[in-house]
Design a protein around this ligand. Structure first.
Ligand code: OOG
Ligand code: MG
Length: 257
């Protein structure tokens, strides 16, 4: 049997991102399952690496119920981050570079010595050098921001851009810190780090386990996004976005008008 055209699907998704033009979902039509979808993601990210981008981290997706409910997919997923996706804290993006961008508040980890797959969460303090508030800008390449599980995996889990706030040493507890997303100084979303798999440290275990299944090992110096604590909010031209995590401070982003 001939399987799905991994390279062809990756090219379509890559062009959709480059041109900021939505495409129809393609997993059902092409018979893409989860494993084939991760193969598409690998090819899609390789397309970026081939033009000089560098891998700088890993992101988790759908680690909170709020996110699962928003997009109607209830499995934890992971994707890759490159240097070109990183926007400096307080920096600006052009909404026109994206299809239908949304922003969401996240917790970022700076990876140090990595535990082996399956090592318990107790190893977390050795594996993580620092923690920071973060904003992820997601932009599904599919029309209407609607997708199935293999569709969103193939699309590198909607990864488009991210901002990391100031790094701090890991505080004693990370499991119940307040999270706030403000747009133009108004509260848009409120949550808690408890929404992220009960404790965002668990997202690291999940990332190691799930990416490990596909032969991907996390590296020292990488940024790790644990997944949004709340639903994502559309990013409009001219908006000022701030994500605050209790004890950790804030990260911010502007959208050019
Ligand atoms: C998929 C990516 C989810 C998160 O933090 O949950 C994600 C999407 O919502 O488009 O990044
Ligand atoms: Mg996210």
């Amino acid at each position: 049997m001939i399987g799905p055209d991994i390279a062809g699907i990756a090219e379509k998704l890559g062009v959709a991102a480059d041109d900021a033009t939505a495409i129809p979902q393609l997993a059902a039509e092409t018979g893409l399952d989860v494993d084939a979808a991760y193969a598409v993601q690998t090819a899609l990210v390789k397309r970026r690496l081939d033009r000089g981008e560098r891998l700088v981290g890993l992101k988790m997706g759908l680690t909170s119920k709020a996110k699962m409910a928003q997009v109607g997919v209830d499995e934890v997923i992971w994707g890759r981050l490159t240097d070109v996706m990183r926007v400096p804290d307080g920096g600006a993006v052009d909404v026109g570079d994206f299809i239908h961008p949304r922003v969401e508040p996240e917790v970022a980890f700076l990876l140090d010595r990595l535990p082996d797959p399956g090592e318990p969460v107790g190893s977390f303090t050795r594996a993580v050098r620092a923690v920071a508030p973060a904003i992820e800008l997601i932009d599904s390449r599919y029309a209407n921001f609607t997708f199935s599980l293999p569709d969103v995996i193939a699309d590198n889990t909607s990864a488009a851009a991210f901002v990391v706030g100031p790094w701090s040493p890991v505080p004693d507890g990370l499991d119940n810190l307040g999270v706030l997303l403000e747009i133009d100084g108004r509260v848009a979303q409120v949550g808690s780090t408890a929404a992220i798999l009960g404790d965002p440290r668990r997202a690291l275990d999940e990332g190691l386990r799930l990416a490990g299944r596909h032969g991907v090992r996390l590296r020292k110096g990488w940024v790790f996004l644990a997944g949004a604590a709340t639903a994502a909010v559309p990013l409009r031209p001219g908006a000022h976005v701030r994500a605050t995590v209790e004890k950790l401070g804030s990260a911010s982003l502007k959208a050019l008008s």
